[in-house]
Design a protein around this ligand. Sequence first.
Ligand SMILES: C[S@@+](CC[C@H](N)C(=O)[O-])C[C@H]1O[C@@H](n2cnc3c(N)ncnc32)[C@H](O)[C@@H]1O
Length: 311
Amino acid sequence: MTTRKLTREDVTFLIDLVRRHSGIVLPPEKSYLFESRLLPVAGRFGCPDLAALIRRLRAGGDRELEMAAVDAMTINETSFFRDSRPFDYFANTLLPQLIERRARSRRLRLWSAAASTGQEAYSLAMLLEEAADRLRGWQVEILASDISASAIAKAAEGIYSQFEVQRGIPTRLLIRHFTQNGKQWQVKPSLKKYVRFFEHNLLSPPRFSGTVDVVFLRNVLIYMDDATRRRILDHILSRLAPDGYLFVGSTESLTGLADRLVPVPGAHAVYQPIAGARDERAQPSRATPGAGLGARLGTRPRMPSAAFGSS
Ligand SMILES: C[S@@+](CC[C@H](N)C(=O)[O-])C[C@H]1O[C@@H](n2cnc3c(N)ncnc32)[C@H](O)[C@@H]1O
């Protein structure tokens, strides 16, 4: 297959394509990535070169091709326990509080809403497993979604390279929750069972029913304009429990964007719906024995049967 330099018009067209379908505003400086990422898409869809691919994209009407191109250009950078601070805060402060507050319903549902290749969701699953003694008999579930079909496929497979597991997983947890297979590490079924992966575009309303207690929406709004962020936050708030929590990336701020959310005092980049925050504010660090990475592992909580409505 021959390659060619993309013209300035092609780059503008591709940036607009990604923005229309995902809300992501790619900086033109990143356009050097487009060619190498789009060439495999051209091959898969039977286009002899990039020019043919761009022609087909420009002609419009082929949603599968468009989404494959968008998928190829999304930024899926992630790692296990990325930034560590939100995971510590979740395990040591929020989880103990939620266990108290949900003692009646004995249900807990988390949503990794831009899950990429699954590391964030599996990190949360490891933390829930640490608290398994206190969650015995509960319905516990992690929803994990992303616009990228290829990222979700990898996440659901749960196979990671040595490099990927080295980035963030403490050895004790790696040995506990992964099986080594040559140079690869496979997530054990006992951890996988917590997580339900599915494709979802945050520009659309969530397709699952019921509410979630905690949303991780990290390192995705940063690529979007204010109108898109507001639209996505509306969708998230439509599913977040009134006393639930929203985590964004450590360099992201919702200040001035969300008049229905307030920052949680004592936490960084964690927000609560205003109504819930009025009733009950998160108190910093009331660490409970058994929470956090150093805790003993318990038995696994009961898993719910199903969480999805129809799309
Ligand atoms: C940089 S990764 C962040 C992954 C993880 N949350 C973290 O912080 O490590 C951003 C993810 O957002 C996803 N994404 C971008 N636009 C999206 C949209 N409109 N709907 C759902 N996911 C989207 C991308 O596919 C990518 O996997």
